[in-house]
Design a protein around this ligand. Sequence first.
Ligand SMILES: C[S@@+](CC[C@H](N)C(=O)[O-])C[C@H]1O[C@@H](n2cnc3c(N)ncnc32)[C@H](O)[C@@H]1O
Length: 426
Amino acid sequence: MNSLKRFNSPVRISSSSQILKSFSNKSDCMKHLKPPVVEEAKRLGILLKDDCRKNKTKDKLCDEIKEKYSPVRISSRKCSPQILKSFSNKPDCLKNLKPPVVEEAKRLGISLKDDCGKNKTKDQLCDEIENKIDKDEDVFKKINRKHIADHYDKIVLNQDLYTVEKDRTKNLRRINNFIKAGILMNYVNKNNVVLDLGCGKGGDLRKYKSLKIKKYVGVDVSEKSIQEAISRVRYLKPSFVAQFCVNDAYNDKLLFSGAPNQFDVITSQFSFHYAFFDETSLETSVFNINTNLKPGGFFIITVPRKNVIINRVLKHRAHNSLYSITDVNPKSNDIDSWKNYNFSLCGSINKCTEYFVNFLKLKEMLEKEKIYLEERTPFVCLLKKYIRKHENLFTQMKINNPNAEEKEIIGLYEVIVFRKSNFKRS
Ligand SMILES: C[S@@+](CC[C@H](N)C(=O)[O-])C[C@H]1O[C@@H](n2cnc3c(N)ncnc32)[C@H](O)[C@@H]1O
C-alpha cells in the first residue's frame, strides 16, 4: 500500500490562485528556494520526512506537490480501518463496545455463556474470538487469497506478454465490455455513488465517466490491479471522485468513510464468484452489500453459470481453443457438492481457481436483508437485446459478431441484479 499512500486525500484545485500555479508543475516548483517549497508541502499535508525519517529533498517534495495538484481527484487508502479486522486481535477487539463483540462471537459460533451459565465478559469473548479467527481465518483462506491476488498481479505485470494470444480474445473482451456497458446504462444514473467490488484494472471507469456518476470506490485484492486502475483514472480524468482500496472484498468487513448505506449501486463484474469460497466469505460479502447499499439501490453481478459449466463438464465439452475448465473439485455424483474448478482464458487467465455460484443460497441470504431479485439474464440474451438497443455503440466499439468459440464463452456468464427494499425494517 505504501506506493498508494500519496493519493490519500481527494485534491481539489482552484485555477485562479496565483500561488497554486507557481507550484503546480515540477519545473516551476523547482525554481523556488527550499523554504517556500516546504511551506507549500506542509499546506498540502505532505510529510516532510521520508520513510527513513530523513528530510525529503526539494526534488522529492516538488514531485509530491505536483501529484497533489493533479486535476484528477483520487483517493486511495485502506477502507475503514476502524471496522476492518477490528476483531482479529485481542487489543483491537477490546476497543469495541460489548454488543458488537457479542455479535461477532455469535457469528463465529462462540457460546456466549461460560460453563457456569454466566455471560462471558468482553475480555473472555475477545480471547475466544482471537483464537477462533486465528484458527478459522484458516490457512486455506490465506493461501487462496494469495493465489488469487498473485494471479491477477501477474496478469498486470505480464500484460505486454502473450500479445498474440491476447489478440485472439480481443473481440471477446469488447463484447464483454459492450454488455457491461448496457447493464450499467440500465441501472446507473447521473450523480450516483458506485462501489465496484473486484474492480480489477478499472476496466469500467470509462463507462462510469460517460454515465457522469458522482463518486466511485473500487476495491480489489490485487494491489497491482489497483495501481493500474489509478493510472487509468489519471489518464481518463473523469469528473467523479475516485477512491481505491486494496482489500479482500469477500472476507474483510468493509465500511467506508462517509455514511453507511451510501452507495446507489454496488457492482461486482466477473468477480463475485470468489465470494463463494465458503459460508463465512458469503456471509461477509452479504454483510458488505447490506451495510453499504442504499435503500432502493441495486446490487449487480456478472458471474459464471453453475448449471452451464456442469453440463459441459459432464459432456467433456468444457473447453475450446480459447478457454478451458479443468480440475473440478470434488467431481462426484452429488452435483450440489461441486465446489470449485480451474479456469483458463487464452492470453490472460491461467488455471485460476474459481468457485461455483450458489444462486439460491445467495438469493435466500439477501432476501433476509430485504434485498430482492430484480433480474437474472444470461449474457447471450443481453448481447442480442443490446445489439438492437445500442446499435451505434456496438459499431463504435468495432465489435464483430461473436464466432462459435466466443459464443461458448459468452454462454458461461449471466447477470444477476438485486434491489434493496425502499422500506425501513420494522
Ligand atoms: C476477471 S477480473 C474482473 C475485473 C473487473 N471487474 C472487470 O470486469 O474488468 C476479477 C477481479 O476480481 C478480483 N478479486 C478476486 N477475489 C477478490 C477478493 N476476494 N476481493 C477483491 N477482489 C477480488 C481479482 O483480483 C480481479 O481483479
